[in-house]
Design a protein around this ligand. Structure first.
Ligand code: GTP
Length: 204
């Protein structure tokens, strides 16, 4: 395991560009390479803003942020473009060969042909999430950010997606925002954000 794949936030204070007050203050968080951390906390606590910091679209006014070179973001609703499966996956890496794309589809259990036309409405929520995970694999992301990936899925689809996350992302560093305790316990560690700070470090 390379040691530049983890996340280190030291004393991070961060503010949305158009906001007067910081959304996160004095955040300390270290995620080891290959570790999976569940991020929990009430509505508006700053979970999505933490992802914003890691993705570089929330301004850091104090402290330091270390993230790996390749980061993938999987939001509640997978962002799909109305074109083929191939082109949707190539957003992860424009040079990826068809073989690599097929391997990524296999890894997430999607039996789709690369020439199939997809789009926001043509796949089920679970399939769309799987395609998003496959894109993260094509990107060869060191860090995968999952923002409530099961929010729009029924119970069986949610469970199937979580099983997939266990296997397909086993060797990646993963931060997984969730409000579901049964999802959080599947992580190596749970951190809670409240009022813009990491307040609890609960180890399983
Ligand atoms: P839930 O998604 O409701 O579970 O909350 P969360 O914990 O993810 O909180 P989030 O980080 O979304 O919100 C924390 C604060 O950041 C709130 O005061 C939001 O209004 C603010 N915020 C979130 N997104 C944006 C944004 O795109 N722009 C600005 N300016 N503020 C935002």
């Amino acid at each position: 395991v390379r040691d530049d794949r983890g996340v280190v936030l030291s004393g991070v204070t961060a503010r949305w560009e158009d906001a007067a007050e910081p959304v996160l203050s004095g955040v300390e968080l270290t995620v080891r390479p290959g570790e999976r951390v569940a991020v929990v906390g009430g509505s508006g606590a700053g979970k999505s803003s933490l992802f914003g910091v890691l993705l570089g679209f929330v301004d850091v006014s104090r402290g330091t942020v270390e993230v790996p070179a390749r980061v993938a973001w999987c939001p509640q609703e997978a962002v799909l473009v109305s074109t083929t499966v191939r082109e949707n996956l190539r957003i992860g890496d424009p040079d990826a060969s068809d073989d690599r794309l097929r391997a990524a589809l296999d890894a997430v259990g999607l039996g789709l042909d690369l020439d199939t036309e997809v789009g926001p409405t043509l796949l089920s929520g679970g399939e769309a999430q799987r395609l998003g995970l496959a894109r993260a694999l094509v990107h060869d992301a060191d860090l995968v950010l999952l923002d409530e990936p099961t929010a729009h899925l029924d119970e069986p689809s949610a469970r199937a997606l979580l099983d997939l996350i266990d296997t397909a992302l086993a060797d990646r560093t993963v931060l997984h925002v969730t409000h579901r305790p049964e999802e959080a316990v599947r992580a190596d560690r749970v951190v809670e954000i409240a009022e813009g700070r990491v307040v609890v470090r609960a180890y399983r």
